[in-house]
Every structure is written in structure tokens, then in C-alpha cells.
Design a protein around this ligand. Structure first.
Ligand code: ATP
Length: 514
């Protein structure tokens, strides 16, 4: 774990050193849990968003996009339940003065039981070798059975307390499990309190009687309140989806792990409207499609898993997370929820406007059911960065730091490098840049020795370096160096466009989703 912590620290400092992510307001000592994206970060982020947007809107004829405002009528948040129920249960440790989410402390405790069980299994597997029967071991080993029973009991108690919103019971669980504060190491806990995560502000001048408005904590409500507009103007027929990318704000109390949990972040959400009764079929379908989208990036199939929700939100009848293996464990990157007709019904009730769909095939009207897919851009960014970061030992004993980014997501697709700064090589290199730059983010670099320039491009994940040398002037060929293998091949300048395009185009990625 300590080693993984080290890796994570390195990733965070690499992100800053190479212009991916900066702490917000850094010259004023920063603003907690708020970050800015730098020159390379913004490109990577835009590419992630484009990949998602195109996968939704180009590959599905029945999905369209919108861009709704961040400010919305405050009653929307009453209808959605966010004013009354968008709360986290908080607990403070009196000695360290640190604040925690009670649910997270308990979930971490459950993960500890899981870890202990996994360790026992791994130990036994090593001891018994090929003869090891894991299923039998899990059902007969006394220590594993005891741990599993304690874990299950905790899980049941926790789910009950969360569903009943029983704050006293959550505190009692923390005491009974003897959970200590990771900072002070003590069990000196306060009561558990509820804390609303929405940011409030005022709209209009106070003289006229201003109105309290909220910064949206999710983009989804902007889709629900536009359901009728889009359905009517787009003549959409069920099933159909509406996609949106935009900022969301949550006053997260426990902000940690870099851009994993931020107070201002970005979401990519899609609400898919279906016939009542068909929602679970569509839920399964979207679970599969979304995982495929992640896996197409080639970051390793074993780095993903589903995590079905134990506590279903009051409006949901099925929910799962897609988790990604970050250096700090498997963590939620995306949520897929079957939200029933809760949101549309609530807006119908609070607005007094009829929100229904007339289904010509069934010859009947109903309030559509909804499957939601909701992914955080920043968490996706973090998963890409973590999986790409590598300190590679080279045969000559050197270490190179390289980002093995999926090529279509890389901020810079190719760098054109004249071997020396004379003899007409810079001019020739510029000529090549002027051809490629219309289709690919292309860098020109002439400073420092060629090896050093390669390393700089490796560090930002540039898939291709094109080196212009004296031979280029004679036969119009260049050296094409590939980032991951570091292999160099001699290719004709005229072939560059196709060679690069085949590897870096978003279309190549989207085709994998067919
Ligand atoms: P968590 O349990 O981690 O607080 P959540 O279940 O509340 O997350 P959702 O409301 O389902 O998250 O939001 C959908 C997605 O938005 C999440 O999967 C995550 O990728 C992203 N997200 C949510 N909160 C944050 C945050 N504070 N910072 C960055 N991304 C976030």
C-alpha cells in the first residue's frame, strides 16, 4: 500500500510538472478540492469528453445532446429531493478535529474484512499449490468463515441504518467496530450529523427580494426538465436518450485523493427514457455498453469491476457502479441507475405540467421510466492518468517516465523534431507540421538533444515523434518513433498522415464499440 501511495504521489506531481492539473488559486495557497487543468490536461479532458459524446450521439441514432444552464429554478431541487435528502452523514474525531463521512468509515471497515479474507485465500493458495480448491477453502476454513460472518453482519446492520437514515445507529456501528481515526488513532467520536452538499447563492438584488438558487449538484435535472422540449421538437420516440456534459458542484466535506473528489467537477450524463416495465432490460443493456466503452481504451480489462449498490437511493430500482483500479483501490468512476419514473413524476407534481409520452404502438400515455448513466470527467481523467503512468526500466539501466495514454486521447498526437537547428532541417520540419496540424495536435520542438526531446514527449504521452534529418532532404523520408515500443522506422513523408491517423483517430476507438 505504501508503495502505491508513493506511486500516487508521483502521479500527482507529474500531473503538475507537465501541465495536466494544477491546484486552483495556487499563488494564494490553493483552494481545497478545486483544481485547474493545464495546457495538456485540457486537451486530454476534451478528448475524453469527445469520446463519450460521440459514443453517445453518433453511435446511437436515438440519443441527442443538450447543454442546459447551471442555474435552475430552485423548486427543481425540491422536486428532485436534493433540498431534503442530498445529505452526507458526518462524524468528527474530537482529538484530530478531522471530519469524516460515517458511511465511508464503515465501508472502509468492510473492505478491511474483504482484504483479510483475500489474504487468507492467497496464503492458502500458495501453500497448497495446484491442489488448492478455493471454493472449498472459503466454505470450510474457520478463520475465513469467522471473518465472512462478521463482515456480513456488519453489512446488514449498515444497510439497515442507511436505509432508515438512523444516524445514532451509524455512530454505534463505528463504536462497536472500534473504528479509529486514521490521524489521531483514537475512538473519540462526536455524534453523526447530516450535511447538505448543495452550494447556495443569491440571484437578483436584495432590494427586489432576491431568490436563493443552487449550483447544480448533478447535470441530470437539466435533462429531466427539458424532456418535453426535446421529445417534442426532436420528434423523439421511446426509447430515446438525452446526453449532457457539464459542471456540477458539491460541497464535499471530505475532499481528498486529488481530483477524485472535488467541489467543482464535470459530469457526462445520459438519461435514457423507456417504457415502464422495460427498464431492467435496458439497465442490463446499458451496463454492458458502458463497460465496453471503458474497455475499448485498452487500459486492462482486469482493472474494472461492477459494484452493485447495497443501499438503493429512494428513487432507484437497480443501480451499479463501474469501478476502476486506482492506486488507492477499486473506486467508482461511473454510476448506472434505473431511476424509475421518479424524477419526471416529481417534476410533473411540482410544476403542475403534464409530463407524459403518448406511445403510438401501445396507444396509451405514460410517464417514461429512466436509465441513467453518469460518469465524472475528472475521475475518468484520473483513471486514464493512473493507468498510463509508468516508470520504465530501460535495458541500459536508465528509467524513462512515460504516459502510455490511449493514443486517441493523447493531448499531442505527434511531435516534429529537426535533428539539428541548421542546414534547412527546421524549415523542412515546419513544412511537415503545416501539413499535419489540420488533422492532429502537432508539436514542433527544436531545443535540446533529440533524446531529451523524446523523453519530454514520452512524459506527456505523445504517441509519435517524427525526426527530420539530412536524409529527409534527399529522399523525403523521416524517422517515425513510436512511444510505447520506442521503435524507429523510416517512412515516407507522404505516408505520415495515414500512419498517424490509423492509430490516433477517435473513429478507430469508436469502431471498437460496434
Ligand atoms: P461518491 O459515492 O463517490 O460520492 P456518488 O455516488 O455520489 O459518488 P453520483 O452522484 O452517482 O456519485 O455521480 C456520478 C459520477 O459523478 C460519479 O461516478 C463520479 O464519477 C462523479 N462524481 C461525483 N461526485 C464527484 C466529486 N465530488 N468529484 C469528482 N467526481 C465526482
Amino acid at each position: 500500500m505504501a508503495q502505491q501511495d508513493d506511486v500516487f504521489k508521483k502521479i500527482v506531481s507529474h500531473a503538475k510538472e507537465y501541465g495536466f492539473v494544477f491546484p486552483s488559486s495556487e499563488i494564494y495557497d490553493g483552494l481545497s478540492a478545486v483544481y485547474d487543468y493545464g495546457q495538456n490536461g485540457v486537451e486530454l479532458k476534451n478528448n475524453i469528453k469527445r469520446y463519450w459524446w460521440d459514443a453517445m450521439t453518433l453511435l446511437h441514432e436515438n440519443i441527442v445532446g443538450i447543454d442546459s444552464a447551471i442555474f435552475m429554478h430552485p423548486t427543481i431541487w425540491k422536486a428532485s429531493g436534493h433540498v431534503d435528502a442530498f445529505n452526507d452523514p458526518l462524524i468528527d474525531n474530537r482529538d484530530s478535529k478531522k471530519r469524516y463521512r460515517a458511511d465511508v468509515l464503515i465501508e472502509d471497515q468492510m473492505a478491511k474484512y474483504d482484504d483479510k479474507i483475500a489474504k487468507e485465500v492467497a496464503k492458502a493458495a500458495k501453500r497448497f499449490g495446484d491442489a488448492f480448491d478455493e471454493a472449498q477453502f472459503r466454505t470450510t476454513n474457520a478463520r475465513v468463515l469467522d471473518l465472512q460472518a462478521r463482515r456480513d453482519a456488519l453489512h446488514e446492520r449498515y444497510s439497515k441504518a442507511m436505509n432508515a437514515n438512523d444516524l445514532a445507529e451509524l455512530r454505534q456501528i463505528i463504536l462497536d467496530e472500534e473504528i479509529v481515526c486514521p490521524i489521531s488513532g483514537t475512538k473519540n467520536w462526536t455524534e453523526v450529523r447530516q450535511f447538505n452538499l448543495m452550494f447556495k447563492t443569491e440571484m437578483g438584488s436584495t432590494a427586489d427580494g432576491s431568490m436563493t438558487v443552487y449550483l447544480r449538484p448533478e447535470t441530470a435535472q437539466g435533462i429531466f426538465v427539458n424532456y418535453l422540449n426535446v421529445q417534442k421538437t426532436g420528434r423523439m420516440r421511446i426509447p430515446f436518450g438525452i446526453a449532457q456534459i457539464g459542471k456540477a458542484f458539491r460541497n464535499e466535506i471530505v475532499a481528498r485523493q486529488f481530483i477524485f473528489r472535488m467541489r467543482e467537477f464535470e459530469q457526462m450524463e445520459m438519461q435514457f427514457f423507456v417504457r415502464p416495465g422495460e427498464e431492467l432490460k435496458w439497465f442490463q443493456q446499458w451496463k454492458e455498453w458502458r463497460l465496453k466503452w471503458h474497455k475499448a481504451l485498452g487500459m486492462g480489462d482486469d482493472k474494472y469491476r461492477y459494484h452493485d449498490h447495497e443501499k438503493l437511493a429512494h428513487y432507484a430500482n437497480a443501480a451499479t457502479d463501474i469501478e476502476f483500479l486506482m492506486p488507492f483501490g477499486f473506486k467508482e468512476v461511473e454510476g448506472i441507475h434505473s431511476r424509475t419514473n421518479f424524477d419526471l413524476s416529481q417534476h410533473q407534481k411540482f410544476s403542475g405540467k403534464k409530463i407524459e409520452y403518448f406511445d403510438p404502438e401501445l396507444n396509451q400515455s405514460y410517464t417514461p421510466y429512466v436509465i441513467e448513466t453518469s460518469i465524472g470527467v475528472d475521475r475518468m481523467f484520473l483513471s486514464v492518468l493512473c493507468s498510463a503512468f509508468d516508470e520504465e526500466q530501460l535495458p541500459n539501466g536508465e528509467t524513462r517516465t512515460v504516459l502510455h495514454l490511449p493514443a486517441p486521447l493523447a493531448p499531442v498526437k505527434c511531435a516534429v523534431l529537426p535533428l539539428v537547428r541548421k542546414d534547412g532541417l527546421p524549415e523542412k520540419a515546419r513544412e511537415i507540421v503545416d501539413e499535419l496540424k489540420f488533422d492532429f495536435a502537432t508539436h514542433y520542438e527544436e531545443k535540446d538533444a533529440i533524446g531529451k526531446r523524446y523523453r519530454r514527449q514520452d512524459a506527456i504521452g505523445t504517441p509519435f515523434c517524427i525526426t527530420v534529418d539530412h536524409q529527409t532532404l534527399e529522399d523525403n523520408t523521416v524517422t517515425l518513433r513510436e512511444r510505447d515500443s520506442m521503435e524507429q522506422t523510416r517512412v515516407a513523408v507522404d505516408d505520415l498522415h495515414k500512419l498517424i491517423h490509423d492509430r490516433v483517430s477517435l473513429a478507430s476507438l469508436l469502431r471498437k464499440l460496434r
